[in-house]
Write a protein that binds this ligand. Structure first.
Ligand SMILES: Cc1ncc(COP(=O)(O)O)c(C=O)c1O
Length: 472
């Protein structure tokens, strides 16, 4: 039977007895209305006379009479031992206007950006959650510190220092609901004369869009094989947003001279570097490239997120801020809106401190490296005209294609059931420098393990088809 039990001491039933007439008539009409508009689903068990009468401060007999009337009308059914329920055949509320059917998702998801959702470490997360909630002081269930839980800020200070070379202290960390939230907050704080941000000419359109929404004008800085050409940061910009560990989406690390160069620019111009360290832990062939922030914590805001290492569903991110910015960022965030759930923050803190985060990242790094190797090997064998780049790190690679073939490749991918994006869609609309070669940005982390081989076969088939048709 569908529906739920609305009976029992804890179950509330919202009924408005405002209708004209006596109490019984008002109750009958209120129950009818609740069934008619679907608030009480077919099969739902109604509260016993006694408890509904007590809740509504009316006589028990009034409830009994109202139920009996609705049973007689066919709205409710009453059976010995099973109480009074909403009848199964009561018509559902009239459907709204027809909605256009959603396009069917393509079976192979190679759109960059998401870790494998099937690999979320449920058991370890649950164990952390249990430990964290058991140990949490009562005050953890209040409004709390607007910077976020101190347990998490402490754990991140240790973890980010050890793994990413971040130099910070818990009082300079502000927890937020992800990198996107961090950028929104920073855009509010760095408005005014800093309202123009330099961004990489290839970057996440979503991030450019949210900066624009916040009133920030973004100006592009060209990207080559050594990352962003930071010597060319345009004059009006006082803030530059970079992905130094793994240029997004082209894939290379920022050259050491450019790392030093961007900090020189910041010191000379009074500017600020916003460092998006979105997937810094996923480096395969050599030691991770440390963060720029560690070279000058007063000129850099480090933005990090649990979205790649764990899941974008957690909505937990962090900012490691220069001391001078902390109060303003906290004020922009709002003193009473923590944005990331305190219980999830406590769980993540335990996950970090217990070593579960390191173990998970290590396991996923191995798995993603295996997937990356399969992608490169298969493309080398089946689509030799394609060149895979940006593969030293991260959860995606760029598959460079012969000139003029990006669009046909995207169309062929759809025909073969592959969701994937083209490199051109990441280019800043005002970018004037040399464009990167045609190519696809292939996220290899998302498909479930059992579908990954089929996804690669489909991608190779699509590319072979597109490149065979392409003008030579
Ligand atoms: C370049 C880049 N930075 C950061 C993130 C993480 O964003 P968030 O923490 O808002 O989920 C992503 C996720 O797709 C990304 O592509």
């Amino acid at each position: 039977m569908s529906g739920t039990d609305a009976q029992g001491p804890g179950a509330d039933l919202h009924l408005d007895l405002a209708a004209a007439g006596g109490r019984r008539a008002a109750l009958v009409e209120a129950l009818r209305a609740a069934v008619r508009d679907g608030r009480l689903a077919p099969g739902t068990r109604l509260p016993p006379y006694r408890s509904l009468a007590a809740d509504l401060v009316i006589a028990r007999n009034t409830v009994a009479d109202a139920y009996a009337e609705l049973v007689a009308e066919g709205w409710l059914t009453s059976r010995q031992g099973s109480g009074t329920r909403v009848a199964d055949r009561v018509a559902a509320p009239a459907p709204g206007p027809p909605r256009p059917p959603a396009p069917a998702p393509l079976p192979y998801d190679l759109v960059q950006g998401k870790p494998d959702p099937a690999a979320f470490p449920r058991a370890a997360w649950l164990a952390s959650s249990r430990r964290a909630l058991t140990a949490a002081p009562h005050e953890a269930f209040g409004i709390g510190d607007p910077r976020g839980r101190v347990e998490l800020r402490l754990a991140l200070t240790e973890y980010l220092g050890r793994v990413r070379g971040v130099r910070t202290t818990p009082d300079r960390i502000v927890i937020c609901s992800g990198a996107a939230h961090a950028l929104r907050l920073l855009a509010r704080v760095l408005g005014g004369p800093a309202g123009t941000w330099a961004v990489e000419a290839y970057g996440l359109p979503f991030h450019r869009g949210l900066l624009a929404e916040a009133g920030v004008r973004t100006v592009p800085v060209d990207v080559d094989g050594d990352g962003a050409r930071v010597a060319d940061i345009p004059r009006p910009a006082r803030t530059v947003l970079l992905t130094p560990a793994h240029q997004f989406p082209t894939g290379g690390p920022l050259h050491p001279e450019r790392r030093a160069g961007v900090l020189e620019w910041a010191r000379a111009s009074g500017g600020l570097v916003v460092e998006d360290d979105y997937d810094g832990e996923f480096r395969y062939d050599r030691r991770p490239v440390g963060v720029v922030q560690g070279l000058d914590p007063e000129r850099t805001v480090l933005v990090g997120s649990a979205s790649k290492a764990l899941s974008p569903a957690l909505r937990i991110g962090w900012m490691c801020l220069p001391a001078a910015l902390v109060d303003e960022v906290v004020a922009a965030k709002g003193l009473r809106e923590p944005y990331a759930s305190a219980t999830e923050q406590l769980t993540l803190a335990d996950f970090l401190v217990s070593g579960a985060y390191d173990r998970h990242v290590r396991r996923m790094r191995q798995r993603y490296r295996g997937r990356r190797d399969r992608l490169t090997a298969l493309l080398a064998e089946r689509v030799p005209q394609a060149r895979v780049t940006g593969i030293a790190a991260g959860l995606h690679a760029v598959v460079e294609l012969p000139p003029g073939t990006e669009r046909p490749a995207l169309a062929a991918a759809v025909r073969h059931g592959v969701a994937v994006e083209g490199l051109a869609s990441y280019r800043h609309p005002e970018a004037r420098g040399p464009a990167r070669p045609d190519g696809l940005v292939v996220g290899y982390a998302t498909p479930p393990e059992r579908l990954y081989g089929a996804a690669l076969d489909a991608l190779c088939a699509a590319l072979s088809e597109a490149l065979a048709d392409a003008p030579s």
